[in-house]
Every structure is written in structure tokens, then in C-alpha cells.
Ligand binder design. Structure first.
Ligand SMILES: Cc1cc2nc3c(=O)[nH]c(=O)nc-3n(C[C@H](O)[C@H](O)[C@H](O)COP(=O)(O)OP(=O)(O)OC[C@H]3O[C@@H](n4cnc5c(N)ncnc54)[C@H](O)[C@@H]3O)c2cc1C
Length: 410
């Protein structure tokens, strides 16, 4: 079978590239190894899909770890407003939540996927499910087509690699695009986990699973050396820590683990207070509740579920009366509030992270077209490229934007 254009991988980047290319009257084949489209998109944002962010372009670019100049060109052509218009076309309503995160009003990522599917259908794009591309066929330095593992050959002179990264492999992104690109001579910037949960050694925090803290700060240490500090929201899980502030600091944790020193994280439960302020609050709580046990008094200071282990960590008997708390014990409580120290396990698999850092070197891709600078006719879009950002809708927008620019030129 022969097409003008083949797109490998039907995530946000691939679907957008296919739709834009078909708008330009290209005869497009979209090949997806899964039996459904957009599996990762469906689970994104906890099934709600945080598809972009409302901030301006400078703030937006500031959320990317590198490759900002590369993306500046891309966003100049297709940015957050363009993406919302693309979907509003189909009567989807959007809402903007905290920190500019944009979600479909229905809180349902399948609404986004449905629009993409409808556009693929309306534009007569041939979608082939359940076929996994293994290589791009090149003869005399010219692209001839794509070959699948089931030995099917599809001819085209233009091919886009939109196979995603390495995280959440069960969604289909198992790094195939890196292998295909490497065979074409591309450099793959070393792959690392980004936006990762953190595994913790101390077992007592397992009892805190599901408890979230809205405003904490985390300080990272390798041995005694302070490496990084971030503030925000987090949640305890059965293996450790997760949530926005944890994702934020996770890249530094990954690097710190490479130093082969003991890596610890200090949770500060009350980052807005200094020692004096906290002491005043503790004394005032104790004074207000003279006949009460310390564990009951603490209900005003910490989430209910963490109190027992927190007091245990500070070596305080929770059944003790507030009036019996000594100055020494108050100091221990203050230390617990400001520096609850947890030991990081030396495991941070890419498969458990939200994003893969690294990928096809942006220097080898023309940012105005997404075409390979090494092999004419080969294009890239989405997470397979060395682009990664913080949480907040930036990664999805980057996938859609690079996908659109790719489709506009392929
Ligand atoms: C749990 C989770 C939640 C997330 N939530 C958000 C969020 O709310 N907001 C946000 O901005 N970002 C979020 N992200 C990140 C975002 O989902 C990705 O950045 C985005 O999906 C990347 O799009 P992509 O099209 O490049 O790759 P993918 O979405 O990974 O799509 C690649 C596709 O290619 C297919 N494929 C791979 N190899 C082959 C092959 N050889 N042949 C054929 N097909 C192939 C795969 O099956 C897959 O369908 C989240 C990620 C995860 C894991």
C-alpha cells in the first residue's frame, strides 16, 4: 500500500500530525501498535487530561528543562490558544484550574480523544491498529517506507516518528522510536526519568498512603550536602511520595542517587513558619487544651492520619497530656515539623515516571518543520524528541504543537 505520509504512533503528537497533514491533502496512514488510539492520553491527568496551560509563552517555555529555543519556534506557530480553538471547533468546553491548568469541563479525557478520532475519520485518514513498526526502509539515502514486525511493508516518502518515550510502557510507548531514529544516524540524548514518584525506605509512611499535604517544602540532601529545595503539594503512596512537588524535585533526586551517597528528603510541614512562630503556635494550642492528650490536640496541626506515626517519629507518647510536654519534647516536635527526614531508595525506573527526559537530539531536527536534519523525509514530534517539562499541561501541549508543525510540513 502506498501513501504520501506515514505517521508511526497514535498519541497526541501522531494524531495531530496526521490530522494537519490530511488538511493539506496528504494521503495519510497512521500506524498504532495498540488496538486503541491514544492510550496514554486517556490516563493523563488522572483521566481528566490537563491538555495545556493558560500562561504566556515566556512562562510556558520556562517550564521546560531545556530545548526552549527549539520550542519557541514551534509555539510561535501553534500554541495554547490554537489548541483550544482546534477542540472548541467540536464544541468541547474547557475550564482553567489552579496554576493555569486547562482541563475539559467534563473532567473526561475521552472527550478529547473522541474529537481527535472524529477528525481522523472526517479527514479520511487510514488508521491501522495493532501493527508495530520496526524500521524505516531507506534505499540510496531515500525513504521508501515503513516495515512492521509482522513483515508488512507500507510505502511512503515522508514518515513521522511519534512513538512517545519510555514511561508507562503498558500504554505502548516502549522506546521504539529511539531505536528507529538511532538506525537513521540520530543521536539519542541519554534517557532519564522525569516527573517521578520517589521510593522511600522508612516503612512507617506506608500507613500514610493516600494522605495529601497542600503546602509543604521538600529539601533534598546527598550525605550532608543540600542539593535542592521545592515547595508545593504532595501525596503519600504505598511506596513513598508522589504529587507535584515530588515530581518537581525528582530530577534532582535522580542525579543525587548517582553520587552514591545516602540520599534523604526532609519534609517541612510548616514552611510558612520559623521556629519562633511554630513554638508560639504549639504553646498556644497546649494552653487552649490543658486537659487534652497531645494526639487530640494535634488534630488542629496535622492531618489526622499522620499524627500517630508523627508523634512516634518525634518519640512522644501521644497519650500524654499537653500540660506534661517538656521543653525538650517541644523541641523534638518542632524538629519533626520542620525536618521529618526520609531515606530515598536507590530506585527510580523510567517506566514509573510521567515523562522521559532525553530523546532525539533537538539539534538534529529543524524546529520550523520538525524534519530530520540528517535524513530528508523523516520527521519527529512529541515525547520521542528531547523535550520535557514540569506538570501543568506543558508536555501535552508540546506533543500537540510539535505534532501540528510536523503535519504542516510533512
Ligand atoms: C500517568 C500520566 C499522566 C499524564 N498526565 C499528563 C497531563 O495531564 N498533562 C500533560 O501535559 N501531560 C501528561 N502526561 C504526559 C503526556 O501524556 C505525554 O507527554 C504525551 O502523551 C506524549 O505524547 P506522544 O504522542 O509524544 O506520545 P504517546 O502519548 O506516548 O503516544 C505514542 C504512541 O505511539 C505508539 N507506538 C509506540 N511505538 C510504536 C511502534 N513501533 N509502532 C506503532 N505505534 C507505536 C504507542 O502505542 C503510543 O500510542 C502524562 C503522562 C502519564 C504517564
Amino acid at each position: 500500500m502506498s501513501f504520501d505520509t506515514i505517521i508511526i504512533g497514535a498519541g497526541p503528537a501522531g494524531m495531530m500530525a496526521a490530522i494537519r497533514a490530511a488538511e493539506r491533502n496528504r494521503k495519510v496512514l497512521l500506524i498504532e501498535r495498540n488496538n486503541i488510539l491514544g492510550r496514554k492520553l486517556l490516563i493523563s491527568g488522572n483521566g481528566r487530561c490537563n491538555l495545556t496551560n493558560s500562561c504566556d509563552i515566556e512562562d510556558f517555555l520556562g517550564k521546560f528543562s531545556e530545548s526552549r529555543d527549539f520550542l519557541r519556534n514551534t509555539f510561535a506557530k501553534f500554541f495554547n490558544i490554537d489548541l483550544l480553538l482546534f477542540f472548541k471547533d467540536s464544541h468541547i468546553k474547557f475550564k482553567t484550574e489552579q496554576n493555569g491548568c486547562v482541563f475539559p469541563q467534563s473532567d473526561d479525557s475521552s472527550d478529547i480523544l473522541d474529537v481527535l478520532k472524529l477528525k481522523l475519520k472526517n479527514k479520511n485518514i487510514k488508521v491501522l491498529l495493532g501493527e508495530r513498526v520496526c524500521k524505516i526502509i531507506v534505499r540510496n539515502k531515500k525513504i521508501e517506507g515503513a516495515l512492521t514486525y509482522s513483515r508488512k511493508h507500507f510505502a511512503a516518502e515522508h514518515i513521522a516518528i511519534t512513538t512517545g518515550g519510555l514511561s508507562y510502557p503498558e500504554t505502548g510507548s516502549t522506546g521504539d522510536g529511539y531505536k528507529i531514529a538511532r538506525r537513521l544516524g540520530h543521536e539519542i540524548v541519554p534517557l532519564k526519568p522525569a516527573l517521578s514518584p520517589i521510593h522511600i525506605k522508612e516503612r512507617f509512611i506506608r500507613d500514610w498512603q493516600g494522605i495529601s499535604l497542600v503546602d509543604v517544602s521538600l529539601t533534598l540532601f546527598a550525605g550532608n550536602e543540600k542539593i535542592d529545595e521545592r515547595s508545593g503539594e504532595m501525596i503519600f503512596t504505598h511506596f513513598g511520595l508522589s504529587g507535584p512537588v515530588v515530581f518537581d524535585i525528582s530530577a534532582s533526586v535522580y542525579d543525587a542517587l548517582k553520587l552514591k551517597k545516602e540520599v534523604t528528603i526532609a519534609i517541612n510541614f510548616k514552611p510558612a513558619l520559623d521556629h519562633k512562630g511554630l513554638n508560639t503556635i504549639l504553646l498556644s494550642e497546649f494552653k487552649k487544651n490543658p486537659g487534652k492528650t497531645i494526639k487530640n490536640t494535634f488534630k488542629n496541626l496535622l492531618p489526622q492520619g499522620v499524627i500517630r506515626q508523627f508523634l512516634g517519629y518525634c518519640d512522644i507518647n501521644g497519650d500524654k497530656n499537653t500540660s506534661q510536654i517538656t521543653t525538650e519534647e517541644r523541641k523534638r516536635l518542632a524538629k519533626g515539623f520542620f525536618d521529618l527526614r526520609l531515606t530515598v531508595k536507590d530506585e527510580m525506573p523510567i517506566k514509573g515516571s510521567i515523562i522521559t527526559r532525553g530523546g532525539v537530539n533537538t539539534k538534529e531536527i529543524n524546529p520550523k518543520t520538525m524534519e530530520s536534519r540528517l535524513m530528508k523525509g523523516v520527521f519527529f514530534a512529541g515525547e520521542v524528541i528531547n523535550i520535557d517539562a514540569k506538570t501543568g499541561g506543558y508536555n501535552m501541549q508540546a506533543a500537540f504543537s510539535t505534532g501540528w508543525v510536523c503535519g504542516d510540513n510533512i
